[in-house]
Design a protein around this ligand. Sequence first.
Ligand code: FES
Length: 101
Amino acid sequence: MGHDSSTQAEGRERPQRDDTARDAGRGDLVIDRCVCFDLRFSDLKKKLDERPATMDQIARRYGCGSCCGICRPYIERMLETGETVFTEVLHAESDKPSERR
Ligand code: FES
C-alpha cells in the first residue's frame, strides 16, 4: 500500500506566523513590530504604559525608529490610537508626496 500524498500533507504541521499575525486575519499584510530591533508594537506599548515616552525617547531607549525608520509612522499611530497591529502601509509625514520638495 502506497502513501497518499494528500494525507501526508494534511498531517504535516503548516508553518504559522506568530499569534499576532494570525489573529489579525484581515489579509496578508500585517505590520506588528519594529523589524530592525525585533520588538512588537504590543510589547513596546506595554513598556510605554509603564514609562511613557515621545518618539525620540523611544528611539533612544529601545532603538525603534532609529535604524531604517520604517516603523516610525506605526509607532506614532500607536501613540495616538493605541493600535498595535496594522494592515495598511503608513508613511512618515516627510515621505508624503505633497511634502517632498
Ligand atoms: S523597523 Fe524600526 S527602525 Fe527599522
